[in-house]
Design a protein around this ligand. Structure first.
Ligand code: SF4
Ligand code: SF4
Length: 195
């Protein structure tokens, strides 16, 4: 996350808390900062803000800090934090909500490639109810710009070799498959205005 200059004015508003609570249905204001969520989280080593800090920043209306944080993308949705919270705050749900909030606000995210991956992943789930890895890789490479970067430095050759090896070993399928309940998945996406 980018450090703020001392002269920057920190935007603090309760509107952000109201927006998150109203749209996610999660009572973020119930947090009393016990840090049980953070103490149980298995991926804090890769986070720039701890889960309890994300919750606190939302309470304080620190939109920009949350938007630029790598934490919401590092979260693996394991739900350990949600299970541990004495106030039954769905912290994993807050992380999911914040991802879609960044997409809706059109970023900027902490890392534009992570945002690109999230978008193509969600699109794939909406379309087939599961990920078709070969298509996902191609779509991600195009959306993130990695395709052109890798073409330029020729590292695309290594990627293609790796892809071919995975296809030969049966780790990548060449044809996509849909799940049976795809209509239900689409209904879930249609119901959620953030998706
Ligand atoms: S466990 Fe719940 S109450 Fe405790 S810091 Fe985390 S979100 Fe707040
Ligand atoms: S859901 Fe995310 S924030 Fe919560 S414990 Fe798991 S990885 Fe950490």
């Amino acid at each position: 996350m980018m450090a703020r200059a001392k002269s920057d004015i920190i935007e603090m508003t309760s509107d952000f808390l109201d927006e998150v609570e109203a749209e996610s249905g999660i009572k973020v204001s119930a947090c009393f900062q016990c840090r049980k969520c953070t103490n149980g989280c298995p991926v804090t080593f890769a986070m720039d803000l701890y889960p309890d800090q994300i919750i606190r920043y939302i309470q304080l209306g620190l939109k920009q800090e949350v938007r630029e944080s790598a934490t919401i993308w590092v979260c693996s949705s394991c739900e350990t934090c949600t299970t541990r919270c004495p106030n039954e705050i769905d912290i994993a749900g807050v992380m999911d909500f914040m991802k879609q909030w960044v997409v809706k606000e059109k970023g900027p995210a902490a890392d534009s490639r992570v945002l690109a991956f999230h978008q193509v992943f969600m699109k794939a789930i909406r379309k087939r109810g599961r990920v078709f890895e070969t298509g996902l890789i191609g779509n991600y490479m195009l959306k993130s710009g990695d395709w052109f970067r890798k073409l330029k430095d020729l590292s695309i050759i290594d990627e293609m070799r790796l892809g071919w090896t995975m296809i030969r070993k049966g780790r990548l399928n060449l044809l996509p498959k849909r799940i049976k309940g795809i209509d239900e998945i689409k209904q879930l996406f249609d119901k959620d205005t953030r998706l």
